[in-house]
Structures are given as structure tokens and as C-alpha cells.
Design a protein around this ligand. Structure first.
Ligand SMILES: [Fe+2]
Ligand SMILES: [Fe+2]
Length: 242
């Protein structure tokens, strides 16, 4: 949150009065009326929340790959390569060129590397995994370029998807739980606010608009094309009775 916004918010006497009422009666916090100002304002996204919701988007692309594996083995001729190609294009633009290259490799890893020890080793492995991922995306783009996934590519592509999804799930989970918290320790809350604004500027420079919202629309569209839009289909049946 920018300082000016914060001051405006804090100077709003009605907000203070409501906060005081909420403190006096803790259970009432959820019942606070939403001010017009709060309704108009975009909720602030912190720098690490930003990185983690980008992982959420990347994971949705990984799930498209994961869901495709059995189909590649059963009947590759029925797969629509354009949906896979669009997923790889999104992974390239949003995951590799923006999230990995502009944020992690330029902003996060250099500082984490300086923290030394195990963190330094992590930064090296994570960078090597970004590079391997880019080779894999090149491959996915190449084999999804035609009107069908050729029979000779079906099993190799299934194996590539399996290994890539496993690598990236491990990768993003380590970043969320080890790398981003370690990086965050270098800064005060005020500095993190400023960094969050810098991340937003980078996003606007790269995409000319809100890159996250646009990427979310794209993955949503791909999920729709493939029949994955309805989340409830992924709720499993109850486990066997003992
Ligand atoms: Fe990464
Ligand atoms: Fe990441």
C-alpha cells in the first residue's frame, strides 16, 4: 500500500471508529460495513503474494500437461494440439520470460545467493531448472505445431510432461516455502511495499497491462477448451470403507 493511500485510510475517522468497535467486540470484525473507498480500491498484492499467485497460474498450466498424459498414451490423435500449444506459449510468456527471468533471476536469486550456504545451492539448482524448463517448452511448442500430435511424439511427450510437472511442482513448492521467505527477510515492510510497486511496474512494462489478469483469462480459456473448467469434476469419490 502506498504511503499516501495508507494516510488517507488512517485519517478516515469512521474507519477508526469501526476498528475501535471491532476491537471492543472481536466477533464483530466480519460484520464491518465496507466503505465506498474500500470497494473502489484494488486490494493490495504484496510482493511475495504476487510471486505465489503467479505459481498458482503456472500450476494450472502444469495441470493441463498432467491431464494430457493418459490421453497421449490412450489416443493421441484425439488431442487438440492447439490447446497444448497455447499452454506452452502462456508458460513461456508469463512463467519463463516474466516470473522466472524478470522477477526470480533478476530480483530474488541474486540476494538469496548472497545469503550463502544451502540457499546459494538452491539458487543454482532453481536456475538450472528454469533453463531445463525452457528447453522443454521449446520441445512442446515444436511437437504441437501441426494439426495432430504425431504418433512418434506421443510417448516422448507424455514422459516429458510427467518429468516436467514433477520438477516444477518441487521447484515452486521450494520457492514458496524456502526461497521467498528467506528473500523477504532482507527487507522492512515499507521496503516490501515499494518492491511490490516495482514488480507491478515490470508487469506493466512487459505486458502493457495487468499481466496476471490477462494470463488468468488465458488459462481459464484453455481449461474450457479441454473440458477442465468445472472444478467439481476433480472432487474424488469417498475412500474405500474400512
Ligand atoms: Fe523459479
Ligand atoms: Fe517461481
Amino acid at each position: 500500500m502506498k504511503d499516501q493511500n495508507r494516510r488517507e485510510l488512517l485519517s478516515n475517522a469512521s474507519v477508526l471508529a469501526m476498528a475501535a468497535a471491532a476491537i471492543a467486540s472481536p466477533g464483530s470484525l466480519l460484520a464491518l460495513p465496507v466503505t465506498a473507498e474500500a470497494q473502489e480500491k484494488e486490494p493490495e498484492v504484496t510482493a511475495t503474494e504476487d510471486l505465489m499467485r503467479e505459481h498458482g497460474l503456472i500450476r494450472r498450466a502444469l495441470l493441463v500437461y498432467f491431464e494430457t498424459v493418459p490421453k497421449l498414451r490412450q489416443n493421441p490423435s484425439r488431442i487438440d494440439p492447439s490447446a497444448l500449444r497455447q499452454t506452452a506459449q502462456l508458460f513461456r510468456a508469463f512463467g519463463e520470460d516474466y516470473h522466472e527471468r524478470m522477477l526470480e533471476e533478476q530480483q530474488i536469486f541474486p540476494l538469496v545467493r548472497k545469503q550463502g550456504g544451502e540457499l546459494q545451492r538452491y539458487a543454482d539448482i532453481l536456475t538450472a531448472q528454469h533453463n531445463r524448463g525452457r528447453e522443454i517448452t521449446d520441445y512442446v511448442l515444436a511437437v504441437t505445431n501441426g494439426s495432430k500430435v504425431g504418433a512418434t511424439h506421443a510417448e516422448p511427450l507424455a514422459k516429458v510432461f510427467e518429468s516436467f510437472v514433477l520438477m516444477y511442482e518441487n521447484h515452486a513448492a521450494r520457492e514458496d516455502t524456502i526461497i521467498f521467505p528467506a528473500w523477504k527477510k532482507n527487507f522492512s515492510d515499507k521496503q516490501l511495499d515499494e518492491i511490490s510497486d516495482q514488480f507491478e511496474d515490470i508487469e506493466h512494462k512487459m505486458f502493457g497491462k495487468d499481466g496476471f489478469e490477462d494470463a488468468e483469462k488465458k488459462i481459464n480459456n484453455i481449461e474450457g477448451m479441454l473440458g477442465y473448467a468445472d472444478l467439481s469434476q476433480f472432487t474424488p469419490p469417498p475412500p474405500p470403507k474400512l
